[in-house]
Design a protein around this ligand. Structure first.
Ligand SMILES: [Mg+2]
Length: 251
């Protein structure tokens, strides 16, 4: 069973993340009107630290001069995020709803434009299509909403066995549940979890009950410069070259 993250592993949605983050930030604070339309370098640099989508409008505000400067996020991301939320008076739940609303409106008004802001990694598209052809089961585990993930996958003819979106909770908890459910059915002998956020993979490694999961760091994802160095035991780097080989060959 291949379980793959979505953003930064299946799809490069950097242009859309910035577009949606900027729209949200502008709706909440019109003084951010000078935010550039093209993805700023600081946003690209900080994206690997993002756990959930709602953090991105906060980064947009920071880039627009509201709240801690981008450098503060680089130095201590959780601390700067908490300080920014407090200073802006924004709340995670409200940001989640606003982000959904902005995306939903974009899908209704300009579906193709919204889809075009996402690029599927060609090697991942090939691999997942091959999985489908060969009947190899694969699922998506993402902090994105399942509905938006499904839109993007179906636009490319990709139909995973299931999409586990942010609605289902933290990734280690979802994996634990999946393992238990599918073991009961006698399925899923070998578990591969492909993700581009090293902290998430480390959390999975540290979760009792998930020892059997092969944790793979996608080399093409939104990585911090040091992420692919000195990987601990049980965590391996997957390159596009390895990805193309049979699943049985993967580390
Ligand atoms: Mg990711």
């Amino acid at each position: 069973m291949l379980v793959t993250d979505f953003d930064g592993v299946v799809v490069d949605g950097m242009a859309e993340y910035w577009w949606a983050a900027r729209q949200c930030a502008l709706q909440l604070d019109s003084s951010l009107g000078a935010l550039p339309e093209l993805v700023p370098g600081a946003f690209r640099l900080l994206r690997p630290r993002v756990l959930s989508g709602w953090e991105m409008p906060v980064l947009a505000a920071s880039i627009g001069g509201q709240g801690p400067a981008p450098g503060a996020f680089m130095a201590d991301y959780p601390k700067a995020l908490a300080a920014a939320l407090a200073g802006l008076g924004w709340q995670a739940q409200g940001l989640i709803q606003l982000l959904d609303q902005v995306r939903h409106q974009a899908l209704v008004e300009d579906r193709q434009g919204w889809l075009d802001r996402h690029q599927l990694y060609p090697w991942m598209l090939r691999r997942l299509r091959q999985c489908q052809l060969e009947g190899e089961p694969w699922r998506v585990l993402t902090t994105k909403s399942a509905a938006f993930t499904a839109e993007l996958l179906s636009a490319h003819g990709l139909t995973p066995q299931a999409i586990h979106g942010r609605e289902e909770g933290p990734k280690p908890a979802v994996l634990l549940r999946l393992l238990a459910e599918l073991r009961e059915l006698g399925a899923g002998q070998r578990w591969l979890f492909l993700e581009d956020r090293r902290l998430t993979l480390e959390a999975v490694r540290a979760t009792p009950g998930l020892e059997a999961v092969h944790c793979l760091l996608a080399s093409w994802g939104y990585l911090l410069p040091e992420d692919s160095e000195q990987l601990p035991a049980g965590l391996n780097l997957l390159t596009p070259e390895l990805l193309a080989t049979p699943l049985a060959n993967w580390p």
